[in-house]
Design a protein around this ligand. Structure first.
Ligand SMILES: *[C@@H]1O[C@H](CO)[C@@H](O)[C@H](O)[C@H]1NC(C)=O
Ligand SMILES: *[C@@H]1O[C@H](CO)[C@@H](O)[C@H](O)[C@H]1NC(C)=O
Ligand SMILES: *[C@@H]1O[C@H](CO)[C@@H](O)[C@H](O)[C@H]1NC(C)=O
Ligand SMILES: *[C@@H]1O[C@H](CO)[C@@H](O)[C@H](O)[C@H]1NC(C)=O
Ligand SMILES: *[C@@H]1O[C@H](CO)[C@@H](O)[C@H](O)[C@H]1NC(C)=O
Ligand SMILES: *[C@@H]1O[C@H](CO)[C@@H](O)[C@H](O)[C@H]1NC(C)=O
Ligand SMILES: *[C@@H]1O[C@H](CO)[C@@H](O)[C@H](O)[C@H]1NC(C)=O
Length: 431
């Protein structure tokens, strides 16, 4: 009997404690705008719905401390359009905290202390974006996102090391941003069937592009900038048939073999800031849609005039700050659309007379900070150029009439060359 009473007492106490603990919003400042005027109020409630105005559409920002979003704490709010719960010290979201939010577009949960996203946290939501950046998330449980549709989800700047296959269950998502985590792999198939078009993995730890993982039929843009990729293999991109933009800058690539980029729809390929010394003759073959190629800050010594022979749409090429010594014949023989060539900061001494032959127009030709000591007056032929940069070379003089030599060039930069006195005069006149 005594113990029964005691148990009852304990029960009552427990119930009391739990109910009082279930208050999600306690003494928080709630801010929304009404006729362009910001309205603030301090409120306490178990459900957001009770503390927001009854307008047709409302965007709410909460200030204060909200450590836990309890079950059904953001529920049945048919007029909620934006909910900003950034920087409120949020550490936990209970499953089914969110629900019946038909108008919700932006769910902002950045800069909090979340460490995991539990099963059934983001369920039955059809929103524009969910922002979870700058938390401390290490784990996404299976089904964390279920029957979920969004244009954009950001998990930037968290602590994810893995991404398992069931995280997204019946999900449709346009852009997934996972920048600045510690990912080196993703479970095969985890991102394959959700219709993803953009995947951002800037600043993670990937060492390769595994086609088992990167199997995304709709993906248009893949950002692997600043990872640890050492090796590209033939066929790595075979299951990314719609890929147009690929960032591989700031990795550890030493070589570009053939068979990686062929028959892709790539328009923009970024390979800057690697250690690339070797590029196969056919590395960029069968890339009919390539427009921009960047190879700056690598260790390329030879420019092979076959690299781009098939890249008929190419418009911008930059290979600045490499170790190229010579520009060979007809480097861009089949590339009539080139508008920008940047080879500054190499070791170019020699430019073949026929290097730019067959080009009609270049907007910007940057040959600055090379070792050019001799300028062939016929080199540019009839190519029209908007700006030609020859500064920082070893030119002492240019023979012949400069007006004629640069007749089709709008601006020529010639500073920082060791001009002889006679020549310097000619240059001042030209300028
Ligand atoms: C909220 O405000 C009430 C009344 O001022 C106070 O008693 C209570 O301790 C406050 N709660 C928190 C969590 O600050
Ligand atoms: C999601 O919302 C958009 C616009 O808000 C709407 O067009 C679409 O039909 C909704 N999709 C689903 C599956 O509810
Ligand atoms: C998948 O999710 C959508 C909402 O995004 C929902 O309408 C549909 O019923 C779900 N399908 C299944 C099989 O659960
Ligand atoms: C790319 O080229 C490699 C060999 O050069 C070849 O094995 C592969 O089938 C080609 N890829 C495509 C998609 O055609
Ligand atoms: C340039 O294009 C033509 C026509 O498509 C092609 O036959 C030729 O092989 C290309 N030139 C080189 C050097 O690849
Ligand atoms: C060259 O550029 C023009 C204008 O941007 C474009 O219409 C044309 O298709 C391009 N040619 C090739 C071969 O890509
Ligand atoms: C440049 O144009 C002039 C005049 O149109 C022509 O006589 C000359 O052959 C052209 N030079 C080259 C290299 O095409």
């Amino acid at each position: 009997m005594r113990s029964l009473v005691l148990n009852l007492l304990v029960c009552i106490l427990l119930v009391k404690v739990t109910t009082s603990e279930k208050i999600t919003f306690e003494n928080v400042t709630v801010q929304w705008s009404l006729n362009d005027e910001l309205v603030e109020s301090v409120a306490t409630s178990d459900n957001l719905k009770k503390i927001i105005p009854d307008k047709t559409q409302v965007s709410v920002e909460i200030f204060g401390h909200v450590p836990i979003l309890y079950e059904k704490s953001v529920f049945d709010a048919p007029n909620l359009k934006t909910l900003d719960l950034s920087s409120v010290g949020l550490e936990e979201i209970e499953p089914e905290a969110f629900g019946n939010l038909p108008l919700l577009e932006d769910l902002l949960l950045a800069s909090n202390g979340l460490t995991q996203i539990k099963t059934a946290t983001f369920t039955n939501l059809n929103v524009s974006q969910v922002v979870l950046s700058s938390n401390s998330i290490t784990l996404l449980e299976p089904g964390a996102f279920t029957n979920f549709k969004a244009e954009y989800v950001s998990l930037d700047s968290n602590k994810l090391t893995e991404f398992s296959s069931g995280v997204f269950e019946n999900v449709t998502l346009g852009t997934l941003s996972l920048n600045h985590n510690f990912l080196y792999t993703i479970a095969p198939g985890a991102l394959s069937a959700i219709g993803l078009t953009r995947l951002k993995l800037f600043g993670n730890n990937f060492e390769e592009i595994d086609p088992e993982i990167f199997d995304m039929q709709e993906l248009v843009s893949l950002d692997l900038y600043s990872n640890s990729i050492k090796l590209l293999r033939s066929g790595d991109l075979r299951d990314l048939p719609e890929l147009k933009e690929l960032w591989l800058s700031e990795n550890q690539l030493e070589e570009i073999p053939e068979g990686v980029f062929n028959n892709t729809k790539l328009t923009d390929l970024y390979l800057a800031n690697n250690q690339i010394a070797k590029i196969a003759g056919k590395a960029f073959e069968d890339m009919p849609e390539l427009i921009v190629l960047r190879l700056d800050f690598n260790k390329v010594t030879d420019w092979d005039n076959n690299w781009l022979s098939e890249a008929k749409s190419i418009s911008e090429i930059s290979i600045s700050y490499n170790l190229i010594t010579e520009i060979p014949d007809e480097v861009l023989k089949n590339n009539s659309n080139v508008t920008k060539i940047d080879v500054q900061g190499n070791k170019i001494r020699k430019i073949s007379t026929k290097a730019f032959y067959k080009l009609e127009h270049i907007d910007h030709l940057n040959l600055a900070y090379n070792e050019i000591g001799n300028w062939n007056p016929d080199l540019l032929g009839n190519v029209s150029i908007v700006s030609l940069d020859l500064s920082g070379n070893r030119l002492k003089c240019i023979k012949g009439d400069l007006e004629t030599i640069f007749r089709n060039v709008q601006i020529v930069y010639l500073d920082n060359n060791p001009w002889e006195e006679e020549c310097a005069k000619k240059i001042v006149e030209l300028q």
